[in-house]
Design a protein. Sequence first.
Length: 119
Amino acid sequence: MCPAGQHMCPAGCMANTPETGCLTSQTCAPCAAVANGKTTCNAQGLCDVSCNSGYNKSGNACVCPQQCCSNAECAAGQTCNAGTCGGGGGTCDDAACFAQCVIMGKFGGVCAGGTCTCL
């Protein structure tokens, strides 16, 4: 038996942290990393995520509810302004645009003028 706040791992008792898989982990493998947030342990002792400001939790991922939440989500040369990529006349990949918008819960997306627009 391990003391409160710890669980048994092959190497012995370890703290209930995302780095050791939380309380219910039997393998003590770290929780999976998440983009735009951080891993946490929830009240049930399972791996969970806490999303950065502006991102929404979707399962064990953090997603932007708009076309973009940061410049990194826009085409080269474009910037994210109020949730929409613009400026710079960047390029837009039709397949990537469609998929990005579906992930955000939209019906898909189309490229127009080098910018991805969600439907």
